[in-house]
Write a protein that binds this ligand. Structure first.
Ligand SMILES: *Cc1c(COP(=O)(O)O)cnc(C)c1O
Length: 326
């Protein structure tokens, strides 16, 4: 049985045809699913996951949401917004050092009233556990939301999203041959793969890895899918060849914006008035653009670029300065 979620997201998100980008690139028809517009503190893919995670937190009578991420984590910014909205406390364990001026997502974390605990990237899992234990002792009833909201519960948001997509395909009278999306902690892609099996989505789902290797991420995704099938006794099975991850675009690593991302951000902005972000969607779009140029897609195919959000990071250093000097 699928658990209950708390409805928060602005759904269904729009699907837009990107005519100018399609023309410029000269390949398949490119559409965009606007999950950057899901609501909740500027929106993004975490809203759908957090609907389920909040449902679980409330069932556990939680009073404080605790999570972790990078200094410009979109996930943490959305957790902070959620906590404010739900009247809960919020503690974020962020990797890095407190900057002089909080910009982008970190600025928003502060505005939403989240408490920030700083950690090194290598020990943030430990700091997270210590933080949860301490909150427990203080009687704050903490609920730990995993990195990226990616666990068997959170991923159900994207299981539902494929049902939504199937309905939109029927309304639009077309089907998508490909979904292309950023993939990092794996929950989004895992949910989509599970949903594709449940709701009979016929296209393929291509995850552009943001960091790490294709093998690693595919393994994470396979485990997440298995876990939800078991936990919720779903009568579904997933073929391992439906897990498609491309790790050619990870560049110099997580959060390092370089030429491909800058080109993608500028192209989407100037051709379509659409904002991408420096870490996730800029990288995924750079992958999409490169694959189109290499003739990876057939010209008659419909490709859905699933926009997962992240745009507040555009206003964070070092990205802002790097984009300005271009
Ligand atoms: C978290 C995030 C992703 C990655 O989603 P996962 O479920 O972690 O793979 C992609 N895009 C944006 C903007 C994100 O914040």
């Amino acid at each position: 049985m699928i658990p209950n979620k708390v409805p928060l997201a602005h759904l269904p998100t729009r699907i837009e045809f990107l005519a100018a980008l399609t023309k410029t690139l000269g390949g398949p028809k490119i559409y965009c699913k606007r999950d950057d517009q899901t609501g909740l503190g500027f929106g993004g893919n975490k809203t759908r996951k957090l609907e389920y995670l909040l449902g679980d937190a409330l069932q556990h009578k939680a009073q404080t949401l605790v999570s972790m991420g990078a200094i410009q984590s979109n996930h943490c910014r959305q957790v902070a917004a959620l906590a404010a909205r739900a009247g809960l406390g919020c503690i974020l364990v962020l990797s890095g050092k407190p900057p002089e001026i909080a910009t982008g997502n970190l600025f928003l974390d502060n505005l939403f009233g989240a408490e920030v605990v700083w950690a090194e990237r290598d020990n943030r899992q430990q700091v997270l556990e210590d933080t949860v234990n301490q909150a427990e002792k203080l009687g704050r009833k903490p609920y730990m939301i995993p990195y990226g909201g990616s666990n068997a519960i959170g991923m159900l948001g994207y299981y539902d999203a494929i049902k939504e997509l199937r309905q939109e395909e029927d309304l639009l009278g077309l089907h998508f041959d490909w979904i292309v999306t950023a993939s990092s902690s794996g929950g989004t892609q895992a949910g989509m793969i599970l949903g594709a099996s449940a709701w009979k989505f016929k296209g393929r789902i291509l995850g552009i890895a943001i960091e790490g290797s294709s093998n690693e991420l595919s393994g994470t995704i396979a485990n997440l899918v298995k876990e939800s099938i078991t936990n919720y006794s779903l009568d579904l099975s997933i073929d391992s060849d439906t897990i498609i991850v491309n790790d050619h675009y990870t560049g110099a690593g997580y959060g390092v914006m370089a030429e491909p991302e800058i080109e993608a951000i500028r192209l989407f902005a100037s051709k379509e008035g659409l904002l991408l972000d420096p870490v996730y969607t800029g990288r995924a779009a750079a992958g999409l653009i490169d694959l189109v140029r290499r003739g990876f897609f057939n010209e008659h195919e419909n490709v859905l670029f699933w926009h997962t959000g992240g745009t507040p990071a555009l206003f964070a250093e070092p990205y802002l300065s790097l984009l300005q000097c271009h």
